[in-house]
Design a protein around this ligand. Structure first.
Ligand SMILES: [Zn+2]
Length: 322
């Protein structure tokens, strides 16, 4: 008789289960039966175990010193939204930790005419990569002044996915979860709010804004996409402004080629299987065929990073809505 697996069973037991299986394979003499299939299975399990080691850490026990003020940011958003009938602001959830509370907002821009295209942008899922959140709020401020900037497109923006991390300058959420590896298991409040908000929604293009502490230049990710035309155009525009393009970004077995990391769909299915999907992976599997992650080098000057981010955002919107 089949018994139902309790929720979270696999997540809690996967390491032990895989290690036991691996031990049982290696314990027997490899020269016995089926050495080749056994070897292949062993290699596969090793890759699987490596992938299962997520980037999460222990919850933050201590109270960290805030580096940024979320309510100042909120006031700026409100001021921009109030001054334009094209903008609205919705609280899509409330993040609650001991001693810390903050809303998650979604800002929506709607043009004068019914929109032909739908665009989505999120930023600051990693709290120590702040340029995306500033790029997003400056974009909202600009849209409130000059709504004709995007006459064809409805734009939804979640400017800060990880408000606790953004406030404290930390990659993780308060529980030590890397939210950007949490879109298969949904352990974090933040990822669950995003999943619920975007459920059954589709977009022509979706952008996820990040920064990279070890990069020497600008680069981006695309996911399960047959051609690189959009990404190449954006990379070329950033390069035209005199910014370097990262040639050596690595993630797992993927490497950047002229500023583009081209992740295959097979990789996304593998990450789902191993419980490590990123927010952009989730979007690609559920909400849009055209999903890009933008990365700017954290060691560059603030205004230069903002300019690179904004060039990429404008470049993608332009490419997909004209
Ligand atoms: Zn990041």
């Amino acid at each position: 008789m089949m018994t139902a697996t309790p929720p979270g069973w696999w997540r809690r037991n996967r390491y032990r289960y895989i290690l036991n299986l691996q031990n049982s394979i290696t314990k027997v003499n490899p020269c016995q039966k089926y050495p080749i299939p056994r070897l292949i299975l062993l290699v596969f399990l090793n890759i699987f175990i490596t992938a299962c080691v997520s980037d999460h850490r222990k919850p933050f026990a201590e109270q960290l010193t805030p580096q940024r003020d979320i309510f100042t940011y909120e006031k700026r958003l409100q001021a921009a939204v109030l001054s334009s009938r094209h903008l609205s602001m919705e609280k899509i959830g409330q993040i609650v930790y001991p001693g810390f509370q903050a809303p998650l907002w979604q800002i929506s821009f709607r043009p004068e005419q019914p929109a032909l295209y739908r665009v989505f942008i999120n930023a600051a899922i990693h709290g120590n990569e702040p340029a995306g959140a500033e790029c997003a709020i400056r974009m909202v401020e600009q849209l409130s002044n000059r709504p004709l900037l995007s006459a064809n497109a409805a734009i939804d923006i979640i400017p800060i996915v990880n408000p606790w991390g953004w406030t404290h300058g930390v990659r993780f959420n308060r529980d030590g979860i890397d939210i950007n590896r949490d879109f298969a298991t949904f352990r974090s409040q933040e990822s669950r709010i995003i999943r619920k908000t975007l459920q059954a929604k589709t977009y022509h293009v979706m952008l996820d804004l990040h920064e990279d502490p070890s990069a020497d230049g600008f680069y981006l990710y695309q996911y399960g996409l047959a051609d690189k035309a959009a990404g190449e155009k954006v990379v070329a525009t950033v390069a035209d402004q005199g910014y370097p393009i990262e040639q050596n970004a690595n993630i797992a077995i993927l490497k950047s080629h002229n500023g583009i990391i081209d992740a295959p769909m097979l990789g996304l299915w593998y990450l789902r299987l191993t419980g490590q999907l990123s927010i952009a992976n989730h979007y690609r599997l559920n909400n849009s065929k055209y999903v890009f992650t933008v990365e700017t080098p954290l060691r560059f000057l603030w205004e230069d990073r903002l300019k690179m981010q904004r060039t990429a955002v404008d470049g993608f919107i332009d490419y997909f809505t004209n």
